[in-house]
Design a protein around this ligand. Structure first.
Ligand SMILES: Nc1nc2c(c(=O)[nH]1)N[C@H]1C(S)=C(S)[C@@H](COP(=O)(O)OP(=O)(O)OC[C@H]3O[C@@H](n4cnc5c(=O)[nH]c(N)nc54)[C@H](O)[C@@H]3O)O[C@H]1N2
Ligand SMILES: Nc1nc2c(c(=O)[nH]1)N[C@H]1C(S)=C(S)[C@@H](COP(=O)(O)OP(=O)(O)OC[C@H]3O[C@@H](n4cnc5c(=O)[nH]c(N)nc54)[C@H](O)[C@@H]3O)O[C@H]1N2
Ligand code: SF4
Ligand SMILES: [Mo]
Length: 747
């Protein structure tokens, strides 16, 4: 069939940021293709980009603002049913209610009683405005997003060691690699197009690949060496590799002298960390550790790619530090084909962080605690700003329980599927005084809200996403939004204007409020603020953002249109952009070695809960399933599977297809067993996509102290054969309600 028009855009699923050509017919996405001449994917797409975008047309998209009939008393908030518990409202009604309730909380309990979640699926412009609203109008730095649950460990480590957390290599470079390590990244399922480039490096370029992963992921088939460590033992393994490199004099003395500090102390800390020592802890043969160390250190150029297996741990920061240490030790950073690459997950998680969607920084990591920086933003936004870093997403949940947080604004996230220990998170959410959510669908979280604001999807708005290699790329409006849904940036700017007006009208009644000082500033500059909060198009938001962000200053919509995308840092209009980083120096000056001791704070298996649970992803699904289960992908992998090693299954007399109960100290789920050697003995793997068997009911709350990231890769569970298909509280979900999936309690 012939398309009416073809619109260039960016895939809304993962951080590879594939360029797509949306073939539009009668306001529908008829077909998705990829331009062969465009970075980063050069014509390639994975199954999600090609066949998974039809969620935008799903009949259950949110089409009108919704207001809940009955107020929810704190402590007794419950999930609502659609349509019984909601009524459709006009935008005026819904926005006025949101403004009224948020400002009441702000006046009564202070700005820090409100928190917000930014959205790594939405655009840079959407997120820039959200944090500008939260900071500049509400008056708190309480804004964070899923990066906390994701690469927080990597970010903490990279900041400590080199002062920048972005990926150092460009995607385009990957197929020319000579040697690389992939660890804790199931690349072919989760960054599939990057996976194709990495496979090409091995098959066509003869690159040497070392995979370090407990699970037999597809990349192991391409590896020269696969080190299958016990989950959670990475620091021992990478320290032992460093020990070999030191002992055999394979390190880069020149690089260490010229570009690093802390080497002596680090070298000391490696004493006794022999491969034999590590073999005991990790289960990896000492000779394999030696071989891996030699391959990596002797390579002329070698890069490291990593993912959640490294970051999502109570010692995620330590894990990532051991990788940075290795790269510094061998001088494998700052030259083509070398580098440190935490593969970013969501389509725009890089951009959401860059746009200031974090509690401690404004755009491009300018700290809220730096008075000069704060002054710059106060001038640009005509307001006064808090110098107190805000709460992280994981702290927000606890903040609700302790009464510190009263109001929550969630733009496009689904914490009641993605946070650890869901029963704890569900309990917390009940205590909110006011809850507003802005999404394109109902999800497990926003059914608890007082107000839901319907947002436009990626295909229905303009803006930019920043992919994993820091390339700022366009999305373009290709179809109209359903019903009254509006782009996130439009909703937020409308909220901001109404809030400013209301603050000015009512400031006199709240002179005792903790926000009184800020109110005075806002009243004084309200005219400028109101004018400045009018945006005709996202390009105007980008213009404002680049004017306050030196790293983005050289990037304009015009340039992106001409060049396809521009890599930041890009400080001037004639700067070519920066696909590679750290050629001459690190942002912190010298790279710093950080000694790391092996230890574990994870919940380890015992007699009562004898299995290790590892959670993660499947190629065909996305996080809580809100998007992928509203797309054609859902038919390919319709239900949750618990992956178990054949030997374990044998001991328990279980076989593929059996229903099993999986329980931890936090809760229990029931799902179908898949017997396979992919997971190591003693470990079961469960994807966290399926609400009817939500893996996060089982996971553990403990956090990495520095990064505040939970341990999604190690906790203890028990498995028993279940007698029947599951009937569990919570099984009736927004997904079953809207008919997207079969009700598991139905016959
Ligand atoms: N299809 C699909 N793709 C996605 C997503 C999705 O939901 N679905 N989500 C996106 C997002 S936000 C992200 S962050 C990325 C995540 O992408 P990945 O980082 O690939 O994520 P995971 O599948 O969670 O886990 C990665 C690997 O860690 C390994 N692992 C487990 N325990 C350990 C350990 O102790 N040490 C080490 N070294 N490895 C271990 C697992 O075996 C697995 O191979 O994917 C993105 N892409
Ligand atoms: N057990 C376990 N838990 C995990 C992980 C794990 O490996 N194991 N991984 C963690 C990681 S790495 C991540 S990143 C998180 C992800 O956690 P979340 O970010 O909570 O997950 P998503 O399902 O991607 O939520 C995205 C929401 O945005 C909505 N949305 C999509 N597009 C738009 C838009 O344009 N505007 C608006 N307003 N909304 C939109 C979708 O409908 C959906 O409700 O999960 C974490 N949780
Ligand atoms: S690799 Fe990622 S960006 Fe590319 S098509 Fe697949 S999901 Fe989309
Ligand atoms: Mo992520």
């Amino acid at each position: 069939m012939q398309a009416d028009q073809v619109i260039g855009s960016t895939c809304p699923y993962c951080g590879v940021g594939c360029q797509v050509s949306l073939n539009i017919k009668d306001e529908h996405i008829l077909r998705v293709e990829a331009p062969f001449d465009a970075a980063p994917n050069y014509g390639r797409l994975c199954v999600k980009g090609r066949f998974g975008l039809d969620y935008v047309h799903h009949q259950s998209r949110l089409k009108a603002p919704l207001i809940r009939h009955t107020p929810q008393p704190p402590g007794q908030r419950s999930p609502a049913r659609y349509p019984d518990d909601w009524h459709e409202a006009t935008w005026d009604e819904a926005l006025d209610l949101v403004v009224r309730r948020l400002l009441e909380l702000r006046w009564q309990h202070g700005p820090d009683s409100i928190t917000a979640n930014a959205c790594a699926k939405a655009t840079n412009e959407d997120n820039y405005l959200l944090q500008k609203y939260v900071r500049g109008v509400l008056g708190t730095n309480n804004v964070d997003h899923c990066t906390r649950l994701c690469h927080a460990g990597s970010v903490a480590a990279l900041q400590l060691a080199i002062g920048s957390s972005a990926m150092s290599n460009a995607i385009a470079e990957m197929k020319n690699l000579e040697c690389f390590i992939v660890t804790g990244s199931n690349t072919t399922e989760n960054h599939p197009v990057i996976g194709t480039f990495l496979k090409e490096a091995v098959h066509q370029n003869g690159a040497q690949l070392i995979v370090v992963d407990p699970r037999q992921i597809e990349m192991t088939r391409f590896a020269h060496l696969w080190l299958r460590q016990r989950p959670g033992t990475d620091t021992a393994l990478f320290n032992a590799m460093a020990n070999v490199i030191l002992k055999e004099n394979l390190y880069d003395e020149e690089f260490i002298a010229a570009r690093t500090e802390g080497f002596e102390e680090y070298a000391q800390s490696l004493q006794g960390k022999t491969p034999e020592w590590a073999a005991e802890i990790t289960g990896v043969p000492a000779e394999d550790i030696r071989a891996a160390a030699r391959i990596y250190a002797r390579a002329k150029a070698a890069a490291i790619y990593w993912g959640m297996g490294i970051s999502q741990s109570t010692h995620g920061t330590d894990n990532a530090l051991t990788l940075v240490n290795l790269a510094l030790l061998c001088g494998h950073v700052g030259r083509p084909g070398t580098g440190l690459n935490p593969l970013r997950g969501q389509n725009n998680v890089q951009g959401c962080s860059d746009a200031g969607g974090m509690p401690n920084v404004y755009t491009a990591y300018q700290p809220v605690t730096d008075p000069q920086v704060r002054l710059k933003f106060e001038k640009a936004w005509h307001t006064c700003l808090s110098h107190q870093p805000g709460l992280t997403t994981t702290e927000m949940v606890d903040g609700i329980l302790t009464g510190r947080v009263k109001g929550w604004y969630v733009m496009g996230e689904n914490p009641l599927m993605s946070e650890p220990d869901l029963n704890h998170a569900r309990q917390a959410i009940q205590h909110l005084e006011f809850f507003v959510a802005q999404d394109i669908f109902f999800n497990e979280t926003n059914v608890y809200a007082d107000v839901i604001l319907p947002a436009a999807s990626f295909a229905e708005k303009d803006g930019t996403f920043t992919n994993s290699d820091r390339r700022v790329q366009r999305i373009r409006k290709a179809i109209p939004a359903p019903g009254q849904a509006r782009a996130d940036w439009e909703i937020v700017s409308e909220l901001a204007r109404r809030s400013i007006t209301r603050i000015c009208q009512a400031a006199d009644e709240h002179t005792d409020s903790p926000s009184a000082d800020m109110d005075r500033v806002i009243c004084h500059s309200s005219e400028q603020m109101l004018a400045e909060w009018i945006y005709a198009h996202p390009s105007e938001i980008w213009e404002e953002m680049r004017s306050v962000t030196p790293d983005f200053y050289g990037i304009t919509y015009q340039r992106i249109d001409q060049e396809g995308g521009v890599h930041w840092p890009c400080p001037t209009l004639d700067h070519p952009g920066s696909p590679y980083l750290f050629a001459k120096s690190f942002p912190r000056g010298r790279g710093k070695f950080w000694p790391v001791a092996y230890g574990t704070d994870s919940e380890l298996p015992d007699d009562e809960y004898p299995f290790t649970l590892s959670t993660g992803r499947l190629l065909y699904h996305w996080h809580g399933g809100t998007l992928s289960r509203a797309s054609a992908l859902t038919d390919i992998w319709p239900e949750c599977t618990v992956e178990m090693h054949p030997q374990d299954a044998g001991h328990l007399s279980l076989q593929t297809g059996d229903w099993v109960d999986v329980s931890s100290r936090r809760g229990a789920i029931t799902a179908r067993l898949l017997v396979t050697g992919r997971s190591p003995q003693g470990t079961v793997f469960i994807p966290f996509h399926f609400v009817e068997a939500a893996a996060n009911v089982l996971t553990d709350l403990r956090l990495d102290e520095r990064a505040k990231i939970p341990d999604y890769k190690v906790c203890a569970v028990r498995i028993a054969k279940a007698t029947a298909a599951p009937i569990r509280p919570g099984a009736e979900t927004p997904l079953t309600q809207r008919g997207t999936i079969k009700d598991p309690t139905a016959p």
